[in-house]
Design a protein around this ligand. Structure first.
Ligand code: SIN
Length: 347
């Protein structure tokens, strides 16, 4: 803004300059006030921003800012900056954070054992089968059931299938013997590692790299997008493409926060999230494919594939886990998953 042209030093000039300065001061206060958010929503997660979950969170942030004209602001905290695996669920239940997107493996120990179905090794062969569960009636019922754990279930997001990393290739059950393998806090994942002859070690995601570097654990399981973005390649010599299990997320909100929203804001947030999740699900597989291509070019890292016979043998080795956890997961749920989404296969 320019001051109006009047003779310098005149009374009129001084008056106009002071009005002009006053207007400028008002502008600097008023403009940010007009743009300041009325509602701030904290979304905390544990992975890097350039992963399927990190990108979905940023997209949700953008969509909410656009749809609300800046009135609602989503503050995203990646990389366990705000809360990590140990405390994020409690923080949500206490209202210290409004939205989380924990991996499905973390809901079983949080009191929702039906979510353990997603950890059953070799249950799903394709993302299409997983989506039949997460995007259909079964997924809706799973989300609704989270009300018992003081969470509002808002939607599902894929990461992808997990691969094994270790100091040696893991092509058959004998290769796992005696290895200490990091897992998430999931009883099914612990049983899976034991069935393969390994020792499961529960560690928060954010501590995995250091534990591998210091030899506290020998290996881990993760989709390649997490493996790459956590910088695990320099601390692991081999990656074996086992596709033995699925990793995905449920987006959940604190129920008091969700109930406190007006109908319009709740709809705005849910619509923005639905779009961010749909876009995220559409590109998760491509992100993992890109990560794998990068890892294949990484010096010092060997990437191994399983033959069909090796995969069948590993699948056989972990079959007892299915029988052991059928009751915990819920027999009717398992039957529905198999009949509706896996073509009625037995397991
Ligand atoms: C995540 O993707 O949220 C973390 C997965 C893990 O803890 O292994």
């Amino acid at each position: 803004m320019r001051p109006p042209p009047v003779r310098a030093g005149s009374k009129r000039h001084l008056l106009m300059v002071s009005v002009w300065l006053w207007l400028c001061a008002l502008c600097t206060v008023w403009v940010p006030m007009a743009q300041a958010a009325e509602l701030v929503v904290r979304l905390s997660h544990v992975v890097a921003p350039d992963t399927p979950k990190g990108l979905m969170a940023t997209r949700f942030q953008q969509l909410v800012a656009q749809a609300s004209g800046g009135r609602i602001r989503v503050d995203v905290y990646p990389d366990s900056q705000l809360y990590g695996d140990d405390d994020e669920m409690e923080a949500l239940q206490l209202g210290a954070v409004e939205i989380l997107a924990p991996s499905l493996s973390k809901f079983g120990v949080a009191g929702a054992p039906e979510f353990d179905v997603f950890d059953l090794p070799f249950l799903f062969d394709t993302l299409t089968q997983v989506r039949c569960v997460t995007q259909g009636r079964i997924g809706q019922e799973l989300l609704q059931g989270l009300a018992r754990q003081q969470m509002v279930g808002l939607g599902f997001l894929d990461n992808g299938f997990k691969q094994m990393s270790a100091p040696r290739p893991l092509l058959q059950a004998a290769d796992f013997k005696g290895l200490r393998l990091r897992i998430q806090a999931s009883r099914v994942l612990a049983a899976q590692m034991r069935a393969l002859g390994a020792y499961p070690v529960v560690l928060p995601f954010g501590e995995t790299r250091r534990a591998l570097a210091e030899g506290v654990v020998d290996g881990a399981e993760n989709p390649v997008s997490n493996f790459l973005t956590q910088g695990l390649a320099p601390v692991q010599r081999t990656l074996t493409l086992t596709d033995h299990g699925y990793l995905g997320y449920a987006v959940v909100a604190n129920p008091r926060f969700w109930a406190s929203l007006g109908e319009g804001d709740r709809t705005l947030l849910q619509r923005a999230l639905n779009q961010a999740l749909a876009e995220g699900n559409a590109r998760a597989a491509a992100l993992n494919a890109q990560a794998l291509a990068t890892l294949k070019q990484t010096p010092g890292l060997q990437v191994h594939s399983l033959s069909a016979a090796q995969r069948t043998a590993l699948r056989q080795a972990v079959q007892p886990v299915h029988a052991d956890f059928a009751r915990r997961v819920g027999t009717p749920l398992l039957r529905d998953v198999k009949n509706l989404c896996l073509g009625g296969i037995s397991g």
